[in-house]
Design a protein around this ligand. Structure first.
Ligand code: AMP
Length: 335
């Protein structure tokens, strides 16, 4: 294993947080950046030692880019835009080490596999409908490749679902139809440290989604809700919810170790709704850093319980890499 000197990510999503965290832990940093985004990222030059400019995301797997990354002794940090931009088919073409488990990123890409993983972990999940005739309650319809909630719609019955799908020109054979859980959507930011063999809860947030979260501003029933994420709001959980939150996190770590060895590495998020009976139902997971962690660049009320210093998720990743280097255990955190 070559040395690791530079923490690298793609200029998007949580890149600034990752760069800042890497600097705090003493690493060199590099950003892979599209030409049209340079204007934002050069404003933070003090955090970024190298900017690798690309014309399109597929340039990441070109030999020239890969050589630059290898020369930098890079470790790549995947985030929410990573697989979406480089394409799942290119995941294994990246020669530099990636922080985390590439296999889990593959699972994350497939709605069905994702759902099965959560379910077999013993985590409460919404009902999923394979047959339209079985629909007996409010459902949310998700299409493959729909990102950040864009393009989702709701239906109360089979007939309504078909009618809306026709109107939107949607091929229903590709749709993932899930029971719509009513309650408060909440996102739990975990970090699993293979070095400490410890699950940490580093934060939680609520996403603000357009238009569903703005509907209270207009008379009821005029607008069909949509779920496009536009931002994140901090939330601190009622403390008694932590029992379920840690239980689900532990279950997730355990199932990924069994089904997607070596299991989850570093940041992950369970995306859930807390119902009014205080039961948490998980409808999604992300096996990498989520954008809601950008709220806590100075640390969160939870990270402060583990560390007596501001610890963002970006910094926690860099800390884990540093610990792995010091303990000669890099193989535990990369793939
Ligand atoms: P996702 O792309 O799966 O993270 O979902 C985007 C948004 O759709 C979420 O943040 C929720 O507001 C909403 N959503 C997705 N699935 C469900 C569900 N099963 N029940 C309630 N809301 C959901």
């Amino acid at each position: 294993m070559s040395e690791i000197k530079t923490i690298v990510t793609i200029a998007s999503h949580s890149a600034l947080q990752i760069m800042k965290g890497a600097k705090q832990e003493g690493f060199r940093t590099a950003l892979i950046c599209l030409e049209n985004r340079i204007n934002v990222y050069t404003r933070f030059k003090h955090l970024i030692d190298n900017i690798i400019i690309i014309k399109e995301y597929s340039d990441i797997i070109r030999n020239e880019t890969q050589k630059i990354l290898l020369d930098l002794d890079a470790i790549i940090i995947p985030h929410g835009s990573f697989v979406e931009y480089i394409g799942i088919e290119n995941l294994y073409k990246i020669e530099s080490p990636i922080f985390g488990n590439r296999k889990l990123m593959e699972w994350e890409y497939d709605q069905w596999k994702k759902y099965e993983l959560l379910k077999s972990a013993g985590i409460s999940v919404p009902q999923v409908y394979n047959k339209l005739n079985d629909i007996d309650r409010l459902v949310i319809v998700k299409l493959p490749g729909a990102k950040g909630g864009r393009g989702y719609f709701l239906a109360m019955s089979k007939d309504e679902l078909i009618m809306k799908a026709e109107k939107l020109n949607i091929d229903l054979s590709q749709a993932f139809i899930q029971e719509y859980i009513i309650g408060t959507p909440m996102y739990f930011h975990y970090f699993y440290s293979p070095i400490y063999d410890r699950l940490e809860l580093l934060g939680s947030d609520i996403r603000y989604e357009s238009d569903v979260d703005g509907l209270r501003r207009i008379p009821y029933n005029i607008v069909e809700p949509t779920f496009t994420v536009v931002g994140n709001i901090p939330v601190v959980l009622r403390e008694s919810l932590l029992t379920q939150v840690f239980d689900y996190g532990e279950k997730f770590v355990k199932i990924t170790k069994t089904k997607v060895p070596p299991g989850v590495i570093g940041p992950f998020c369970l995306e859930a709704v807390c119902r009014n009976d205080l039961k948490i139902v998980v409808f999604e997971f992300s096996g990498r850093i989520v954008a809601g962690t950008n709220l806590y660049i100075q640390g969160s009320p939870y990270s402060w319980l583990y560390f007596d210093e501001p610890m963002s998720m970006g910094r926690r990743i860099a800390r884990e890499i540093k610990l792995a280097i010091e303990n000669d255990a890099l193989d535990k955190i990369i793939s």
